[in-house]
Design a protein around this ligand. Structure first.
Ligand SMILES: Cc1ncc(COP(=O)(O)O)c(C=O)c1O
Length: 476
C-alpha cells in the first residue's frame, strides 16, 4: 500500500517474518555429527561491535571435521550437513527480508540457470580471444559488453571491456589504464570516493590528491580547479563518482571536464575513469540526468553487476577505449590468449546471469525499476522528516541519508550502513513501500525509547546533510 503510515501506534510484529530461534545452533540438530560452532572466548553477547585491527577475531564458524570411516554407510554426515544448509538457508531468507543498507537488488529469479551449476565455467584471458579452455561463456560476456558499450555510446569496434569480479576490480582496472596511459599522472578524486580508488592509488604507488566535496557529497569543482593549478606540469587522472557510496551524490562530469579545459589540460593530458558502481546503470534511465557517454572525453566506466542489475554473485562490467588497452596487455602462450584483466580466472557464470537479466528486462524494464526506486526513496525521505528525523535525498539518487540510529542492534537488524552520525538506506527494486513502512514504524517506536528520559539527544547531522535537512534540537 502506498499511503499514510501510523508511525506511533501499531505492533512491530505485523509483518510475517520467520525469525530464527534466539538460540540458533546448528549443532542442536544431530548431536556430535554436525561441525561444532566455535565461539570466541569471553565474547560478550551484546557488546557493541568494534573493528579490531591486527587480530583475527573468530566470532563464529562452522568447523570442518574429518569424515568417520563409516559415514558413507550410515549417511549421517550427509544428513547433518543437509540440516546445517537448511538452517543456513532459513537465516538467509530472514536476513534478505531485513536488508536496507547496501545497494544490492535482492529481487530476482534465476531458476532457469540452475542447470548450469554443474559446470566449471571460466573466462580466463581476454573476452575477445578464444583461449584453449573450452568451458567458457565468452559468447554471453561479449553480448553483455556490447549492451553496455551501446548504453554508454561507444562503437563495437572502438571499445574493449570485460566482466569483472566486482565494482572494485573495475576501479582497479580503470585507474590502471589511466596510469599506463600517463605513467607520471596524478590521481584526483573527491574525499567521498569509495575506498577502492584510494586502494588503487596505494597499490600502484600513485600520487593521489583528495578534492573537497559539497554538502551533497559531490566533488567541489572550485577546489578541483585550485588543485589542478598546483600541478599543471603533470597529466591528470580523474576518478569521477557516478553516485558516491554514502550519499549517492553524482559528480558533475561536464563541470569536471570544463575545469580541466579552463586550467589548460588538453584532451591528450587527462584521463577520466567513471566509477558508476550503482548509478552507472540507473542514471541512463533517470529523466534530466546528465549523461555518462564516451562521446565525452572519458577513458573508462565501471559498474557493479550485483547492485542494480541484481546478479546473485558479485560481478561487474568494465568498458574502456580499445586504443588504451594495448598499453596494458601482454600475450600469454599458456592461455593462447592476451592478458589485459586484473584477475586471472574469471567467473564464467556471472556473464550468463547478466545476459539473462538484460534480455528479460531490457531498457524498458530498467527504466520502470529506476522510477519505482526513486519514488520509494522520496516516500522514505518524506516519512522520516514527517516523523521529525533529519534526512536527505540527492536529486538523482535513491540513497536516503538520515540520522544514525542510537541502537547498534537496530542497525544490525536492518543491516544499515553507517558513517559517523549518519546512516543510509539504499532503495533498490526489492525495497517496497510495505517494507519501508515496517522499518519506519519500528524506527519511530525505538526512537521514542532512546530519547524518553532525555539523557540522549538526536545527533546533529547538519555538517553531513546541511542545516535545512537536520532536525536536531538546534536546527528543527
Ligand atoms: C561508489 C562505489 N564504487 C565502488 C564500489 C565497490 O563495488 P564492489 O562492492 O562491487 O566492489 C562501491 C561499493 O559499494 C561503491 O559504492
Amino acid at each position: 500500500m502506498v499511503g499514510s503510515i501510523d508511525l506511533y501506534a501499531g505492533d512491530l510484529n505485523t509483518e510475517k517474518v520467520e525469525p530464527l530461534p534466539e538460540d540458533f545452533d546448528p549443532t542442536a540438530v544431530i548431536k556430535e555429527l554436525v561441525p561444532p560452532v566455535v565461539e570466541a572466548e569471553n565474547e560478550e553477547k551484546d557488546k557493541k561491535r568494534e573493528i579490531v585491527l591486527g587480530r583475527n577475531v573468530h566470532t563464529m564458524c562452522l568447523a570442518v571435521t574429518e569424515p568417520e570411516s563409516d559415514d558413507e554407510v550410515t549417511g549421517e554426515r550427509e544428513a547433518s550437513m543437509a540440516s546445517v544448509l537448511a538452517r543456513y538457508r532459513k537465516s538467509l531468507i530472514e536476513r534478505t527480508k531485513h536488508h536496507l543498507g547496501y545497494p544490492y537488488n535482492l529481487d530476482f529469479d534465476y531458476g532457469a540457470l540452475a542447470q548450469l551449476q554443474h559446470f566449471s565455467i571460466n573466462n580466463l584471458g581476454d573476452p575477445f580471444i578464444e583461449s584453449n579452455y573450452g568451458v567458457h561463456s565468452r559468447q554471453f560476456e561479449v553480448g553483455v559488453l556490447d549492451w553496455f558499450a551501446r548504453l554508454w555510446e561507444l562503437e563495437k569496434n572502438e571499445y574493449w571491456g570485460y566482466i569483472t569480479n566486482c565494482g572494485t576490480e573495475g576501479n582497479l582496472h580503470g585507474i590502471l589504464v589511466g596510469r599506463e596511459v600517463f605513467p607520471d599522472g596524478i590521481l584526483y578524486t573527491s574525499c567521498e570516493t569509495h575506498y577502492s580508488v584510494f586502494k588503487a592509488a596505494r597499490m600502484y604507488r600513485m600520487e593521489c590528491v583528495k578534492v573537497d566535496t559539497l554538502v551533497s557529497g559531490e566533488i567541489d569543482c572550485e577546489d578541483f580547479k585550485l588543485k589542478l593549478l598546483c600541478n599543471k606540469d603533470k597529466p591528470a587522472i580523474i576518478n569521477v563518482n557516478i553516485g558516491t557510496t554514502v550519499k549517492g551524490a553524482v559528480d558533475d562530469l561536464d563541470l569536471v571536464i570544463q575545469k580541466l579545459e579552463e586550467t589548460g589540460f588538453t584532451h591528450d593530458r587527462f584521463y577520466i575513469h567513471c566509477d558508476g558502481a550503482l548509478f552507472g546503470l540507473m542514471m541512463p534511465f533517470v529523466k534530466r540526468a546528465p549523461k555518462v557517454s564516451f562521446k565525452k572525453p572519458i577513458g573508462s566506466v565501471s559498474v557493479s553487476g550485483h547492485k542494480f542489475v541484481g546478479c546473485p554473485m558479485p560481478c561487474g562490467v568494465q568498458i574502456t577505449r580499445l586504443e588504451h588497452i594495448n598499453a596494458l596487455s601482454r600475450n600469454v602462450e599458456y592461455l593462447a590468449s592476451r592478458d589485459a584483466t586484473i584477475m586471472g580466472s574469471r567467473n564464467g557464470h556471472a556473464p550468463i546471469f547478466l545476459w539473462y537479466t538484460l534480455n528479460r528486462k531490457g531498457y524498458r524494464g530498467f527504466r520502470k525499476e529506476v522510477q519505482k526506486c526513486l519514488r520509494n526513496a522520496h516516500y522514505l525521505k518524506d516519512r522520516l522528516k514527517d516523523a521529525g528525523i533529519g534526512a536527505m535525498l540527492n536529486e538523482l539518487s535513491s540513497t536516503v541519508v538520515f540520522e544514525r540510529p542510537q541502537d547498534e542492534e537496530f542497525v544490525r537488524r536492518w543491516q544499515l550502513a553507517c558513517q559517523g552520525n549518519i546512516a543510509h538506506v539504499v532503495v533498490m527494486p526489492n525495497v517496497t513501500i510495505e517494507k519501508l513502512d515496517v522499518f519506519l514504524n519500528e524506527l519511530v517506536q525505538k526512537r521514542a525509547t532512546w530519547f524518553q528520559d532525555g539523557k540522549l539527544q538526536p545527533h546533529c547531522i547538519a555538517a553531513d546533510v546541511g542545516k535545512e535537512n537536520c532536525l536536531c534540537a538546534l536546527h528543527k
